[in-house]
Design a protein around this ligand. Sequence first.
Ligand code: ADP
Ligand code: 5GP
Length: 206
Amino acid sequence: MNHKSGAILVLSGPSGAGKSSLLNEVINDIGECYFSISTTTRPARDGEINGVHYHFVGEEEFKKDIEEDLFLEYAFVHGNYYGTSIKPVKEALIAGKLVLFDIDVQGNAVVTNRLGDITTSVFITPPTLSELKKRLESRKTDSQEVIKRRVDMAKKEIQRISEYDFLIVNDNLQEAADVLRVIANAARVKIPGNEINDFVRSWEDI
Ligand code: ADP
Ligand code: 5GP
């Protein structure tokens, strides 16, 4: 069964859980996708490109976008604002794409509330908190202070796993990628309540 419109796959999990690494592994195997590029007030890390990894903006511009109601959701995470702009997401959904979000637990709660019908959510975590710390340290993109903040935040985020459809423990990268591939392809065929009556009508006509 093919739906006319697209679907959303939310990936959440502590920073350093391996969300980007896993997405890189599966991106060529899950059909036409649009990776939602968030807007953030966080400074770019070494190697991050404006418009590719994030839209990097100042706090004033971010707050203006909030006032103009341009975000599907936004949140204050680790001392910075992060938000998902509505317009490109809407366009990708209309084009029938799988829209991928890398957003935090607060963002998932809003997206699930607003677009739960077409949304599948996955929480990704390393096997333990100490492994998370090790990975953040070996990534060498954050200061010790930032790493401590992210680890503290992870302890809170993990409490909200039950809000997600799926959990992936990213121990072995290839095995975790295999699971994500299956979930992403299934997300496309999730039954959206508001479309299913149209489908049944056209099916009965044949
Ligand atoms: P996120 O996007 O969730 O912040 P990253 O994909 O940047 O996480 O991964 C954080 C660090 O952990 C990176 O240095 C990455 O290479 C490493 N990493 C990711 N998955 C694994 C894994 N399964 N085993 C060991 N290291 C991993
Ligand atoms: P990082 O600074 O490591 O790129 O991201 C920090 C956290 O912010 C991660 O948990 C990530 O999922 C989350 N995040 C990134 N973009 C968004 C967004 O647009 N909305 C929300 N709610 N969270 C986001």
